[in-house]
Design a protein around this ligand. Structure first.
Ligand code: GLU
Length: 551
């Protein structure tokens, strides 16, 4: 087929001639871009056309003479996963259309209500989104964050304009920059990112991650989750995240410092106490925050402790910040257990990950009376159904830097450890740990997500069916950013709170967010993740509507 100039080539797969005529007519009204529509009436013809790779987008009716329902979408997807698909649906099939959107369709339109403006915009946005996502944004994590958002947006009937606005971050910065190795002549060039998802609520807030998998897609997903997390916790921040694509464990301390200072100066224009306030995340810690604070302060000419949180206490860090994520997680586990009638003193826990979140979670859960039967780090998992000697475990980790070789339990892989029977399971390492592949074998009563994005949407469904209660990441790990907020407040007011004050405020805020989420989940009949997301999205949407649109 010949492409007339820059026309958008639309493949319309629709068996009802009235509807296809209407779509063709509405698209003719477009001044720019021009649409060139090819209409077919069966799935078989549609698939044959898709095979030619001559179309920019497919408009798909799910009920066709030779294929019905969700299968229609799956077959189109399988034929060409890169082709953007917009579903056209009747009002009776809305649920199905929403499911297709959660599974990768770009959008859906209701047939009875078709108008030229929204139709043209839906096609244009869908093509743009697919192009953008296929570049730097292409990451499973970003797709997960978008799909979780679309699921919640659909259930809460979110205003379509706001849905479009929230699907991508408002500001992103990609930098490539050099740093010197200890051997003076060796210079490495690395990529760094800072993403601000929502600038509506106040300054943006979120950690900085050093990891070999960091990219724009991953950083954007994490920034999006920060938006919902801050809104759910009622903190006056929008979401942000940053990172550098590097494995920090292979760097010396001097190299890490030079890398950090150069990265800080590259993102200098983005950050600031009233603009965007970084904090630690995977691969960074309070020492890294101190270097960022120092680099920023050198530029300003005076000390600006409030530009980062998670700093050493001596520089204006808050007591309790470094353990806050695990402490907050323990508070909501205790509250959820009380609701679920789980007696924690007779319960077992498995914690995946032994960093700041996982390590402290082992400590606090043990203090709360749980028997820790599994722990892990990158080197190994350790399992002992009779209970691990937690003090011995920490002593071993301190001495050997890794858990591998610890004799107090059976060694097994991280994946195997997740599948052992326990009451409370805490994934506190990386994303994408509980998936469609292993969800069926997860054997716990309560899942508390210490990591960001450890569970996929497909796995959510399986866990819900199995009756496993869950505390989703944006709730369970929100203690970190909540005490970050306390730190920022103390810094901007030049005031220091005691550890008791910090912990009791944290407790109050965590329990309040948990109760709001639980109530919504029960009232609306949705799972806890969706309930927590809706809590957050509703607040952001209300703020956006209240501020209005400039100009
Ligand atoms: N990186 C942490 C998170 O994912 C904390 C962010 C912060 O304290 O700003 O929630």
């Amino acid at each position: 087929m010949e492409n007339a100039g820059n026309a958008v080539r639309v493949l319309l797969i629709e068996d009802n001639p009235l509807h296809s005529k209407l779509v063709e007519k509405l698209l003719e009204e477009s001044k720019a871009p021009d649409f060139q529509v090819t209409t077919v009436t069966t799935l078989a013809e549609g698939l044959a056309r898709i095979r030619t790779r001559e179309h920019d987008i497919a408009l798909l009716d799910l009920t066709l003479p030779d294929s019905q329902d969700f299968a229609t979408f799956l077959r189109v997807r399988a034929e060409n996963p890169d082709l953007p698909v917009v579903i056209i649906t009747g009002t009776d099939d809305l649920k199905l259309a929403a499911r297709a959107v959660e599974s990768g369709a770009q959008d859906f339109l209701v047939k009875t209500n078709l108008q030229s403006g929204p139709l043209i915009r839906a096609l244009r946005y869908s093509i743009e989104r697919t192009r953008v996502r296929d570049a730097e944004w292409n990451s499973p994590m970003f797709r997960l964050a978008q799909r979780q958002f679309l699921k919640a947006a659909q259930l809460m009937s979110l205003d379509d304009n706001i849905r479009q606005r929230l699907l991508f971050p408002q500001r992103t910065l990609v930098v490539s920059f050099p740093f010197r190795r200890d051997k003076y002549t060796e210079v490495e060039t690395v990529f760094g990112y800072r993403v601000q998802h929502v600038l509506t609520m106040g300054p943006t807030k979120g950690g900085i991650r050093y990891h070999q998998d960091v990219g724009l897609g991953e950083t954007s997903a994490l920034a999006m989750w920060m938006t919902w997390k801050c809104a759910l916790m009622h903190l006056p921040f929008g979401g942000a995240k940053g990172g550098v694509r590097i494995d920090p464990t292979v760097l010396t301390s001097h190299e890490l410092q030079r890398l950090t200072r150069r990265y800080a100066s590259e993102i200098m224009t983005m950050i600031g106490p009233d603009k965007d306030i970084p904090a630690p995340d995977l691969g960074t810690n309070e020492r890294v925050m101190a270097w960022i604070m120092d680099t920023y302060s050198q530029q300003m000419g005076y000390a600006v402790p409030e530009v980062v949180t998670g700093k050493p206490v001596v520089l204006g860090g808050s007591p309790g910040r470094s353990e806050a994520t695990a402490r907050g997680l323990t508070y909501v586990v205790q509250r959820a257990a009380a609701n679920l009638k789980i007696d924690l003193t007779k319960s077992t826990a498995i914690v995946q990950g032994f960093g700041n979140v996982g390590g402290n979670a082992v400590k606090f859960l043990a203090e709360a009376g749980l028997k820790i039967i599994g722990a892990s780090d990158v080197s190994t998992g350790i399992y002992n159904p009779k209970g691990l000697d937690v003090n011995a475990l920490f002593a071993y980790a301190k001495q050997h830097k890794v858990l591998k070789g610890f004799a107090g339990g059976e060694a097994m892989s991280n994946a195997e450890l997740l599948e052992q029977k326990c009451d409370i399971l805490v994934p506190a390492a990386l994303q994408n740990q509980i998936t469609a592949e292993n969800a069926d074998r997860i054997n716990c009563r309560l899942l508390a997500e210490g990591a960001n994005g450890p569970t996929t949407l497909e796995a959510d469904e399986v866990l819900n069916k199995k009756g496993i209660a869950s505390l989703p990441d944006i709730l369970a790990n929100a203690g970190g950013v909540t005490v970050s907020y306390f730190e920022w407040v103390q810094d901007t007011q030049n005031y220091m709170w005691t550890l008791d004050e910090v912990n009791s405020r944290l407790h109050k805020q965590m329990v309040d967010a948990y109760e709001r989420t639980r109530t919504r989940s029960e009232r609306q009949g949705v799972d806890m993740r969706t309930a927590a997301m809706i809590e957050g999205i509703e607040r952001v949407a209300a703020a956006k509507l209240a501020r209005g649109l400039f100009p």
